[in-house]
Design a protein. Structure first.
Length: 309
């Protein structure tokens, strides 16, 4: 198993980043340092989270519904192939198709449990069933909530909709909250683009779009687009989280240790920050170097899990 490598291409000639001299770059959607401009606010209708395991095999692309997720995790599962865990915890104005759906893995289940217990997936091995038996996950696998799309070939044709998943929630309680865009701190490097290589056939890259105020996502240099809308996926922020990979003996399977603590990077508004993460009490939190916790509530986040070895 090859290690994941991250290549950051900073346009230092275009964006001054020297602390204490020159001006900081103004970024759309973020007040410039020293500016009295009001930060953006977002009204969120928060509901019980439902999670969906989404296929990222080449034949499963383009996927559906990832842009509407609050958080999307990308995990290596085997042989350079990755899989997504999409978290939906907001009430949306319109229904959304999500998929293709694939099988659950132990580390994906552990990550899902941090957000809630409802997980839509296509099944699992006996080994995974044993490893996740104590998590108390509410599994959504049946035809009541999932369906096959005849336009695609199995196993890359299993889908759901957020409307179908809504009925799986144990509570209809909705909480409305107003979240404010957080002013980013100093102590960053400019990072208008960067790459994450899971293997030579699965290279993820992000390029910052100043007009959109978000990172556009690419796979092997090709725009990663939504099947339903045709729009390119984008992330307001991207977290690259380093974690320990463990190869399962006799297989190409990879397990990922998400416990404890580790290092990583935050990419937001064309900036790169060194961060650290801690998993305590069943919840992962991310921190700047000064100990300030990241607030991920505003807009959307993609979290790339890479090897720490």
């Amino acid at each position: 198993m090859k290690n994941s490598w991250i290549f950051v291409f900073a346009l230092s000639l275009m964006i001054p980043v020297l602390a204490g001299c020159g001006s900081k770059p103004a970024v759309p959607g973020l007040p410039a340092p020293g500016s009295p401009a009001e930060p953006e606010r977002e009204v969120i209708k928060r509901v019980e989270a439902v999670m969906v395991v989404v296929d990222n095999y080449s034949k499963a692309r383009p996927q559906s519904g990832l842009q509407e997720a609050s958080i999307v995790y990308e995990f290596l599962v085997e042989g350079g192939v990755t899989r997504f865990l999409a978290v939906y915890d907001r009430l949306l104005a319109q229904d959304v198709i999500v998929g293709p759906i694939r099988s659950l893995r132990p580390h994906i289940a552990a990550q899902a449990k941090e957000h809630g217990k409802i997980v839509a997936h296509s099944g699992y091995s006996a080994r995974t069933e044993k490893l996740i038996s104590s998590l108390g996950i509410k599994e959504i696998t049946g035809s009541t909530h999932l369906f096959r799309d005849s336009a695609r070939r199995a196993p890359h044709n299993l889908y759901t909709t957020l409307e179908r998943l809504a009925s799986t929630r144990d509570t209809a309680v909705m909480q409305t909250e107003t979240v404010t865009e957080i002013r980013l701190p100093d102590g960053y490097e400019a990072a208008s683009s960067f790459e994450i290589s899971y293997n030579s056939q699965n290279v993820i890259s992000y390029r910052f779009d100043a007009e959109k105020g978000a990172y556009l996502r690419f796979i092997n240099g090709i725009a990663h687009q939504d099947r339903q809308t045709g729009e390119q996926y984008s992330a307001y922020r991207v977290i690259v989280r380093r974690a320990r990979y463990v190869n399962v003996p006799g297989t190409e399977l990879v397990e990922i240790d998400l416990q404890g603590a580790g290092q990583g990077w935050l990419y937001q508004a064309g900036r790169k920050y060194e961060i650290r993460w801690e998993n305590s009490d069943g919840k992962t939190r991310y921190f700047y170097q000064d100990g300030t916790e990241l607030d991920l509530r505003f807009n959307n986040t993609w979290i790339q899990i890479v090897s720490s070895q």
